[in-house]
Every structure is written in structure tokens, then in C-alpha cells.
Write a protein that binds this ligand. Structure first.
Ligand code: AMP
Ligand code: GLY
Length: 425
């Protein structure tokens, strides 16, 4: 089968790397891809939001399955368009993607499905939000309701900071129309974990747990980023907790989506806070996480193409996911300055040497080829990922590979997976 993978980040390189191992794959196209995906298939210079061109390409090249990586095309209804043209597409419909693209919709669905999440209020007018935040003594979290590339959330310990955040989002419109509406919710305390599940409309199949590192600095300091590293599994998510998350969060959410006439298929990603009172949903994403996908897919032994097709066909109950028991750790190498301004076009060396280390894969994200050289082209540049017999060994191997790679201004956290290592002691 010919497959068209849409996107160009580290997550897409990991998906392409895994799909390329499938025995059922004939040709893999990636639009637009990056130099890493070019090692797994053929990159096609079509932007991930140009649905019409993607569809035309898919028709001309006998694509049997489109796999959508990022949230924007999903929210814009790319899956509906492919399915209307009789081409299978992995991911939720535009309506179902509102679970990520509209946090007010997600909150409403959780409320009506009795899914635990922070208490919240929704505001369309700054003055109302300001009055509400000013009336509170507890810390608040202010969130743009729409898609803001993972940056639309402010955790505010003081009401004055909450009001400033609401002002930036609603009046200065720093996220454009994504901030027309905001959610103000209670701050939750605990440890975070991500649970990703394959969902085919009816059946839910949980993947192994993982943990992202959102803040840019060691010890979880500094502003939030798209994710500076991840590990899988997350020791905090015990077997019991996983069952509870499935029973109390994923099952009612998928049922709720069915009841509201927006059946869900694709990857359902629950970003959770494990509080003293149990797991609470911080957010839903409607796609694979980045960088969680890198360690998760390095651990997946099953044929990913078969799994994605089972999701599209509603036959998830007929397959088995087999996992490598060894943990995996992904360290993101970023351009210095990220998540603010950073330089591009810096020559990257040592990629081959790092990739030759045992059980290491260097996933590309913000890279491009320029005059036969791989150079930096984005904030998150590489996701250096390794398997190990223990999480500490996986960490050591990932950092060994990181040390072999160089570019001007390269920045990475040095404490990826430390939380998991401590939890194991
Ligand atoms: P989100 O994009 O909604 O996952 O939010 C980004 C990050 O903000 C999360 O990973 C948490 O670290 C933090 N966050 C979001 N909502 C809350 C909350 N209600 N309480 C505490 N932290 C939160
Ligand atoms: N790693 C967080 C995300 O993919 O949104």
C-alpha cells in the first residue's frame, strides 16, 4: 500500500521511520517532511495545510492511506475531505478534532461525560474574565480556547498575572482568533503524564505511558516549549492507575463523543495531572504527541501500518500491540534562544556518528538540507532517542549520542528522565 504522511516534525520522522519497517508498505510519501523523513520515503513539497494539493497528489499516486501528524489540518477537516474522496485517512474528523482545537468544547464534553478535570469558566469578554480572576484568591490557569501551538496556557499564582495573561490573549490578541475566548481554570497540583490511545470509534487501545518535559530549563524552569524531551514508560503510571485512566477518562470521553454525534477515531492523547485525588485531564490532543511519539514508537514492536489501518477500519479489537519492555528516552536538541527568537541555518555535524550508536535513532525536526549539508531550520532541531535496559541506561545512551552532535548555539536539557530515574529508586 502507498501511504502519504502529512507533517514535517520530529513526530513525523518517528512515524515515517516506523512505517518504513512495515511489510505492507509499498511507497511512503511525506508532505512536506524533513531530511530525516527523506531517509524513510520520498518527501513531497506540499505544505501540510494545502488539503486540495495533498488530495490531488494522493489520487494521482494511488495512496491507500493518509496519516495526518499535526493538529491544524485535522481541525480544518482534512480527514473528512480524504474520506469523501474514498481515501482512508488516519485521524479524527474536523468536528471531532474540536476536542483539541476548542478547549471550551473539550470542557463541556468532559463535564457532560463526568470526566475529572479542573473546575473552569469560559469567557468571551475580557472585562468579565478580569472581574472573575480578580475575585479569586487561589492561583488560576488562563488558556486560549483555540489552537496556539502549545503556547496558549499561563499558569498564574497571582490574580494580577492571570489578568495580564487574559489581556495578552484577549486584547493584544497574541494568538489571533484562537484567543477570542478563554478558559480560566483552577491550578492543579501533582505530577504530569501523557496517555495516548488508539481509538477506532468504539474500541480503545492504550499505548505505553510517557512523560513530556515542557519547560525549557533544567528542573522544569523557564517558559513552556513544545517539549524538550520525553521518556516512556512513565513509572508514576502504575497498572492500577492506567486502568483507572482508561475507565474514568478515556472510555467516558469516547462514549461522550459518540453521544454528541462526533465519533472519535485516531490517536486520543490525554495530558493528565496525577493529583492526590486521582488523575485529572489538563488537555486533550487529537494526534500523536511530539516528542512523546519518538520514545513510544521506538518501543512499539507491532507493525504500525496495520494498527493505523485497523483504526480506520474499526477493527482495533482484532490486533495486538506488542511493546519492547526496555524504556526509551528522547532528548530534544534545540536552537539556542528557543522558545523565543533563535538563529537558523547552522551546520549540524556528528549526525551519522550519533546514529550509529547501539539502539539510538536521531529523529529530525527543524532541519533542512542546504548545499548537501544538514542545517538547522527550526526551534526544536533533533530528538535524539535511545533504548536502554533501564531508564538510566536509556538516558545515558541518549546523552552519549547528543554529545556527538554539534551546531552553533545547540541547547538541550540535561535532566531528561531524571524524574523517572528517581521514582525507580
Ligand atoms: P496544556 O497545553 O493545556 O497541556 O497546558 C500546558 C501546560 O500547562 C501543562 O503541561 C501543565 O504543565 C500546565 N497546566 C495546564 N493546565 C493546568 C492546570 N489546570 N493546573 C496546573 N497546570 C496546568
Ligand atoms: N508534547 C506535547 C504535545 O505534543 O502537544
Amino acid at each position: 500500500m502507498n501511504v502519504l504522511l502529512i507533517g514535517s516534525g520530529g513526530r513525523e520522522h518517528a512515524i515515517a521511520w516506523k512505517l518504513a519497517q512495515s511489510k505492507n508498505l509499498t511507497k511512503l510519501f511525506i508532505a512536506p517532511g524533513n531530511p530525516g523523513t527523506a531517509q524513510c520515503g520520498k518527501n513531497i513539497p506540499i505544505s501540510s495545510d494545502d488539503t486540495d494539493k495533498l488530495l490531488e497528489f494522493a489520487r494521482q499516486n494511488k495512496v491507500g492511506l493518509a496519516v495526518v501528524g499535526p493538529e491544524d489540518p485535522l481541525a480544518a477537516g482534512i480527514v473528512d475531505k480524504f474520506e469523501a474522496a474514498d481515501i482512508k485517512a488516519f485521524g479524527p474528523s474536523g468536528k471531532a478534532a474540536q476536542l483539541e482545537a476548542d478547549k471550551a468544547f473539550a470542557k463541556q464534553l468532559m463535564r457532560s461525560s463526568s470526566v475529572s478535570t479542573a473546575e473552569s469558566r469560559t469567557f468571551d469578554r475580557f472585562e468579565d474574565a478580569k472581574a472573575y480572576i480578580a475575585s479569586r484568591d487561589e492561583p488560576v490557569v488562563v488558556k486560549a480556547a483555540g489552537l496556539a501551538k502549545g503556547k496558549g496556557v499561563y499558569v498564574c499564582d497571582e490574580p494580577s498575572d492571570g489578568i495580564l495573561a487574559a489581556e495578552k490573549i484577549m486584547c493584544d490578541r497574541i494568538f489571533g482568533t484562537a484567543g477570542d475566548r478563554i478558559i480560566v481554570e483552577d491550578k492543579l497540583l501533582g505530577e504530569e503524564a501523557s496517555i495516548l490511545a488508539f481509538v477506532d470509534g468504539r474500541n480503545i487501545y492504550l499505548m505505553e505511558s510517557s512523560q513530556d518535559h515542557k519547560p525549557v530549563g533544567d528542573g522544569d524552569t523557564g517558559p513552556n516549549t513544545g517539549g524538550m524531551g520525553a521518556y516512556s514508560p512513565a513509572p508514576i503510571v502504575t497498572e492500577n492507575l492506567l486502568n483507572q485512566i482508561s475507565r474514568e477518562i478515556l472510555v467516558p470521553t469516547v462514549d461522550g463523543m459518540n453521544r454528541s454525534g462526533t465519533p472519535y477515531k485516531g490517536v486520543l492523547y490525554a495530558g493528565l495531572m496525577i493529583t492526590a485525588g486521582g488523575p485529572r485531564v489538563l488537555e486533550f490532543n487529537v494526534r500523536f504527541g511530539d516528542p512523546e511519539t519518538q520514545p513510544i514508537l521506538m518501543r512499539l514492536k507491532s507493525d504500525l501500518l496495520e494498527v493505523l489501518l485497523a483504526v480506520c477500519d474499526g477493527t482495533l479489537d482484532q490486533i495486538m500491540l506488542v511493546w519492547d519492555p526496555r524504556p526509551a528516552v528522547c532528548v530534544v536538541m534545540a536552537s539556542g534562544g528557543y522558545p523565543d527568537d533563535y538563529q537558523k541555518g547552522r551546520k549540524i555535524t556528528g549526525l551519522e556518528e550519533a546514529g550509529q550508536l547501539e539502539d539510538v535513532v536521531v529523529f529530525h525536526a527543524g532541519t533542512k538540507e542546504q548545499n548537501g549539508q544538514i542545517v538547522t531550520s527550526g526551534g526544536r532541531v533533533l530528538g535524539v532517542t535511545a533504548l536502554g535496559s533501564t531508564i538510566a541506561n536509556a538516558k545515558a545512551q541518549a546523552y552519549k549520542a547528543v554529545e556527538k552532535i554539534n551546531f552553533d548555539g545547540a541547547y538541550f536539557r540535561r535532566d531528561i528522565a531524571d524524574k523517572a530515574i528517581k521514582a525507580k529508586l
